[in-house]
Design a protein around this ligand. Structure first.
Ligand code: UGA
Length: 420
């Protein structure tokens, strides 16, 4: 039996939350530190602070502790940094939160007697762990590679599928400052059934950006093919199916539609573009991946305008979250669609099974209603492919513009798919 070391986590976003829950489920003693009192309270009351399937069940069976006091990490042998690195106005990432979290950890290192390994999980631009995180940690008076270990291990889990993705990863990347640091993390992950790749810190950071921007590129590619298919009267999904049998291409992540959103792809794409330019390289492909995605949203509105004017028309939105299975609306295409419709003086009513509360915070001026009422609007836009939208009765709906290929909606009097 391997020795189960105490684990510390800083940050209760969905990555920190999922990692904490999964290690607790695996029998580790886990302590999470966050500056948000409400989130800590929720964890200590065995409730998930955000909507992520499976977390509540784990909290009930194998609870873990959340605290606002970084000194509660004093016993941890491995500390994961999982705070967010949001976009700044210029597209670069803000390091404010991660610097603060690292300072908190440095204050723990200062008084800590035994060796512990700090692992950056947050997505950071290549070079950040070495050039920003390491100097802050060494302000504790302790030396990396000697008194404490330092790793960068990017996380690839998806929102809404976090537990499964964490427990059954495709790969584990260990970026290590030195061999001893990497060994500590390797020991923690060696029982996972996944290839483990050990590289240096900067390479690990780049693997995360390359992976996310590649997936974003795959989506913009199939959306562009989809826009051409639409003009040819072809169903892009059949084309994607035909392509997907080729193992070099792969069948996954070829669902054309109204474009990608979320906390990661748009942010990571912008950050890598900005950084490439700082390095003196013009990343033309990445810029077009972003442009195709930005324009995809407006295509929904173009299609809608083919069938109706917008001024004072009731337009219904089905789906607000950036994808099904989450209440997250970060960079959801629903935001730009709503802004555009409101600018054109349309009257907007929306429904989402999970995300209406979050959407109301940005758009208190629109109406929210149940799906049956939405279907009575002058026109309906399908923005997120929640499963329940495939069970609605569209037969009396006047116009549906479908951004996610909910084929049941073809019952509507007028139906248009964005890429089919
Ligand atoms: C993404 C990556 O998939 C994860 O591997 C990564 O860990 C995560 O970002 C992150 O960096 O934290 P996530 O943002 O949760 O995960 O969402 P995805 O399931 O990848 O979907 C992203 C967007 O692409 C959604 O808006 C979705 O609707 C869209 N999408 C996805 C498509 O339009 N078509 C597809 O075929 C797949």
């Amino acid at each position: 039996m391997k020795n189960k070391v105490p684990i510390g986590i800083v940050g209760l976003g969905y990555v920190g939350l999922v990692i904490a829950a999964c290690f607790a489920k695996l029998g580790y003693q886990v302590t999470v530190v966050d500056i948000d009192e409400e989130k800590c309270k929720a964890i200590n009351e065995k409730r998930s602070p955000i909507f992520e399937p499976g977390i509540d069940e784990i909290l009930k069976k194998t609870p873990f502790k959340a605290s606002m006091n970084p000194q509660d990490l004093a016993d941890a042998a491995i500390i994961f940094i999982c705070v967010n690195t949001p976009s700044k106005a210029d597209g670069a990432i803000s390091l404010e939160a991660i610097k603060k979290a690292t300072e908190q950890i440095a204050s723990v290192l200062k008084v800590k007697k035994d060796y512990c390994t700090i692992v950056v999980k947050s997505t950071v631009i290549p070079g950040t762990t070495q050039e920003v995180i390491l100097p802050i940690l060494e302000k504790s008076g302790k030396k990396a590679g000697q008194d404490f270990g330092l790793c960068m291990s990017p996380e690839f889990l998806r929102e809404g599928k976090g537990i499964n993705d964490f427990m059954q990863p495709d790969r584990i990347i260990i970026g290590e400052y030195d061999k001893k640091s990497g060994d500590a993390l390797y020991d923690l992950f060696r029982d996972f059934k996944a290839p483990i790749l050990r590289v240096n810190l900067t390479t690990a950071e780049m693997i995360k950006y390359a992976s996310n921007t590649f997936l974003a590129a795959k989506l913009s590619f199939i959306n562009e093919i989809g826009n051409i298919c639409k003009r040819l009267g072809i169903d892009t999904y059949q084309v994607a199916q035909g392509m997907g049998y080729d193992e070099r291409i792969g069948a996954k992540f070829l669902n054309a539609g109204v474009g990608f959103g979320g906390s990661c792809f748009p942010k990571d794409l912008k950050a890598l573009i900005v950084h490439a330019k700082e390095l003196g390289y013009q990343p033309k492909l990445l810029e077009e991946v972003k442009n195709v995605n930005d324009q995809q949203v407006l295509r929904m509105i173009e299609l809608l305008k083919k069938h109706t004017s917008l001024r004072y028309k009731n337009i219904g939105l089905l789906g607000l979250s950036f994808k099904p299975g989450t209440d997250d609306i970060k960079d959801s295409v629903a935001i730009l669609i709503t802004q555009t419709l409101l600018a054109e003086k349309a009257i907007v009513t929306a429904y989402d099974p999970q995300a209406m509360q979050n959407f109301k915070k940005i758009f208190p001026q629109i109406s929210y209603n149940n799906p049956d009422e939405i279907l009575k609007c002058d026109a309906v836009l399908i923005i997120t492919e929640w499963e329940e939208f495939s069970r609605l009765d569209y037969s009396k709906t006047k116009i549906v513009i479908d951004g996610r290929r909910v084929l049941k909606a073809k019952e509507a009097l007028i139906y248009e798919g964005i890429c089919w």
